[in-house]
Design a protein around this ligand. Sequence first.
Ligand SMILES: Nc1nc2c(c(=O)[nH]1)N[C@H]1C(S)=C(S)[C@@H](COP(=O)(O)OP(=O)(O)OC[C@H]3O[C@@H](n4cnc5c(=O)[nH]c(N)nc54)[C@H](O)[C@@H]3O)O[C@H]1N2
Ligand SMILES: Nc1nc2c(c(=O)[nH]1)N[C@H]1C(S)=C(S)[C@@H](COP(=O)(O)OP(=O)(O)OC[C@H]3O[C@@H](n4cnc5c(=O)[nH]c(N)nc54)[C@H](O)[C@@H]3O)O[C@H]1N2
Ligand code: SF4
Ligand SMILES: [Mo]
Length: 704
Amino acid sequence: MTDGARLATRPGVAPREAATHCPYCALQCGMVLREARGRIEVLPREFPTNRGGLCQKGWTAAELLDHPERLTTPLLRDPATGELRPASWDAALDRVAAGIRTVQGGHGRDAVAVFGGGGLTNEKAYALGKFARVALRTRHIDYNGRWCMSSAAAAGIRSLGVDRGLPFPLADLGRAETLLLVGANPAETMPPLMRHLADQRERGGRLIVIDPRVTATARQADLHLQPLPGTDLAVANALLHIALTEGFIDRDYVAARTDGFDAVRRTVAGCWPAEVERLSGVPVADLEATARALGTAGSAIILTARGAEQHAKGVDTVTAFINLALALGLPGRPGSGYGCLTGQGNGQGGREHGQKADQLPGYRRIDDPAAREHVARVWGVPADDLPGPGVPAYRLLDSLGTPDGPRALLVFGSNPVVSAPRAARIESRLRDLDLLVVADFLRSETAELADVVLPVAQWAEEDGTMTNLEGRVLRRRALREPPPGVRTDLAVLADLATRLAAPVEFPTDPRTVFAELRRASAGGPADYAGVTWERIDADTGVFWPCPDPAGPDSPRLFADRFPTPDGRARFHPVTHRPAAEEVSVDYPLHLTTGRVLAQYQSGTQTRRVGALRRAAPGAFVELHPDLAARLGVADGDEVRVVSRRGELRAPARVTPTIRPDTVFAPFHWAGAARANSVTNDAVDPVSGMPEFKICAVRVERVES
Ligand SMILES: Nc1nc2c(c(=O)[nH]1)N[C@H]1C(S)=C(S)[C@@H](COP(=O)(O)OP(=O)(O)OC[C@H]3O[C@@H](n4cnc5c(=O)[nH]c(N)nc54)[C@H](O)[C@@H]3O)O[C@H]1N2
Ligand SMILES: Nc1nc2c(c(=O)[nH]1)N[C@H]1C(S)=C(S)[C@@H](COP(=O)(O)OP(=O)(O)OC[C@H]3O[C@@H](n4cnc5c(=O)[nH]c(N)nc54)[C@H](O)[C@@H]3O)O[C@H]1N2
Ligand code: SF4
Ligand SMILES: [Mo]
């Protein structure tokens, strides 16, 4: 028996312990929570992803459970004063149900929308998708994973037939002779992952990082390519160009396992490294060294993350790296492959079970008649009653309150006032709604705008499953009951479904929900039919697809075939194009955005933890010393970063680690320091991913 089962909750016994996982990112580090004399201690737990390590966010995660700002009663906006005021659950839920009925009665079912999150457990993500389609019967549901994984997901499906972040266990990184990280900064975003990179180095492996900044990750690399943001696609094509001219193509693999190479070969033949050097700033010698390190290695892994993906050409950029990986024969070869580093705790599972506008559980398509039949049968409703596909997150949020858009929105697990691109515009859309409902355990900036706030349980107060960045399904185990006055997301959905006279029941017990999810996913691309809580407990999780409880799971994909109709992977020719917004005389600099170690996402949670606030107290703008000198800005001076959409204000951090033509700001803060006041809302035409990683700005010193 493993730790997991042995330490499962023992209510009533002191001290209480639960073997669980961190509430934050997709690494889902193993941890033990121990409660004694009213204090909760976090202890790291050996697990294959974190191998006993935790980052500062994990260490301090339990602090929010008893936080003074925790919500323990529903809040209703008082029409007289405009303030949010404590209310009973009955009053709050009645208000939500009445609001939904009024809006749908006046404007149709699609006038109510749902916005979910990649932090929700599989059970909650599944219940939320079902709630939208069955209780609200709206086509409008999407989620914050659209901001996160959608470009890699779309490219993976198009080229490899499936979207599973890593198609191999994380530990494979340690065995790759060459590892290429493109737009990923795991030293800050998944610190314990660096243990696998240390392994790789000890075995003599080479690490190459592509990032416009000299990040903590780049500092550990053998080679760092520092391109202009938004030029990764060109860089990938140049790498393939060099691989072709230097004879690194795995011709047998390409012939046996793929289609479409010729068109890609013709396209990259014109991607001259010298031209790509002019475009990206990456020296030809570095492009050659990278191509050689990949092409001559016995095993090689290419990983992308948000730096490469959060662009209006994110899907094509990921496709260019998949083309490269396929041409070198990597996917399916031991210790080799292409993967994407999923971000949110359940970023992977969150997109498999029906929160995405076009998807039903099991990663089925909502426009596929057979999928509709199957899922409708499990749900106990006629397939014809299921709505069709909705629209991607940005389009959805940007349509709120407009004549053609939804007039009511229910938010579960996201804070778009801080995290959406061009956030001031989205904020005003939210203000235009007839009804905004936010389920959260803290008063996020989005909750502050709500008509109704519903206080929900936190991670340590409910059971469930999460699917981590490897496609490994894990158990989140409750340490204790939610505090009085707080309900779980599942209970809230069930209460609302009852009030809305939904045609079927919404179970509130996560284990029951998971059993239903298994049936709904059976036969789909993300098949969980063979995953049981017992099986997860008995080992270190279960990798999907796993169709049979008695059969094997799937830690590694693509060994013999790709999950495409004919079993072959597909090359797609892709060409570089400029960013959606180019620099100009008025906006001469590039802004890129990202993360710092001690803050998480929109900061609702981590800005409230003392140690994290001390470690990362506020936003900043990274400027190269040459640029700072030109602008007359000294380190610590307050600067304004202005784009065509708005501005952010924060102190300058003058550092040689960034390109002189680019500035960087983290997006974790609200108010004047909100990076998304500035970002561009251009989206990728295939995935709907916004261009968070590049827009044109000017920087000015704020005179004090
Ligand atoms: N501390 C912390 N950890 C987190 C999170 C968090 O908020 N805080 N969030 C989690 C989530 S949801 C996610 S999605 C992951 C994200 O994990 P990462 O993708 O590692 O994080 P980012 O900082 O968004 O972007 C990574 C790097 O991309 C670089 N970059 C910017 N523009 C470009 C470009 O055009 N090309 C290239 N090649 N690189 C570029 C940035 O300089 C940055 O260093 O982190 C997860 N872990
Ligand atoms: N400029 C810029 N913007 C970005 C990015 C970037 O790199 N640059 N990255 C984007 C990416 S990758 C992501 S993932 C998004 C994330 O941005 P958001 O979607 O805003 O994510 P979070 O801040 O994690 O918001 C989660 C909210 O839900 C609450 N919550 C947590 N767990 C639960 C739960 O189980 N139930 C309920 N009901 N609530 C819960 C939290 O308290 C918090 O308020 O930001 C995107 N925005
Ligand atoms: S790396 Fe991610 S999962 Fe691990 S402790 Fe930090 S935030 Fe939590
Ligand atoms: Mo993310």
